[in-house]
Design a protein. Structure first.
Length: 164
């Protein structure tokens, strides 16, 4: 299909209605100050340290509830360890991603993200492997409860984003 035929076809089904308006609008580059104002208004970033702090608080809350509900101290420590399996690697990643080196260039940011995500996963796996040795006796259901609830805080963080 040649370009003219494709253009005619898109116009027939209405895909190109807004394109004419966009091409007619004059382009005005923003000044540095205007760009800062727009960036501040359109910022959807969530502070990673806030997410880590909420995860730690939620993990402590789950551990307290689990320990008080069962009356067993090992359930408390297991749930707290499960929260730690999420919080500690998350804090390592947040530290790595908020360092000045991770925002040098777009490629550097992507590489930094992949590196720190790998570190986060690796530390999580090592902590889970060591769980039975560190927490004696270990309650796997309590550990998993603390872990899962802390992971779910990431979903709550989406609601924290400012609405434009």
């Amino acid at each position: 299909m040649d370009t003219k035929t494709a253009d005619r076809k898109y116009r027939q089904i209405g895909w190109d209605e807004d394109a004419d308006e966009l091409t007619k609008a004059p382009f005005k580059p923003l000044s540095r100050e205007e760009a800062r104002v727009v960036a501040a208004k359109d910022s959807h970033a969530v502070n990673p340290w806030r997410v880590i702090a909420v995860q730690a608080a939620v993990g402590l809350g789950v551990a307290l509830v689990a320990g008080l509900a069962t009356g067993r101290v090992e359930v408390f420590w297991s749930a707290l360890y499960g929260a730690g399996v999420v919080v500690v690697p998350g804090a390592l990643m947040a530290r790595g991603m908020t360092s000045p080196l991770s925002s040098v260039s777009p490629i550097g940011s992507a590489v930094s993200f992949m590196l720190w995500e790998g570190v986060k996963i690796g530390v999580s796996v090592v902590l889970l492997i060591l769980a039975a040795r560190i927490v004696q006796p270990l309650s796997w259901p309590a550990l998993l409860a603390g872990l899962v609830v802390c992971i779910k805080v990431y979903w709550v963080a989406l609601a924290w984003r400012r609405r434009v």
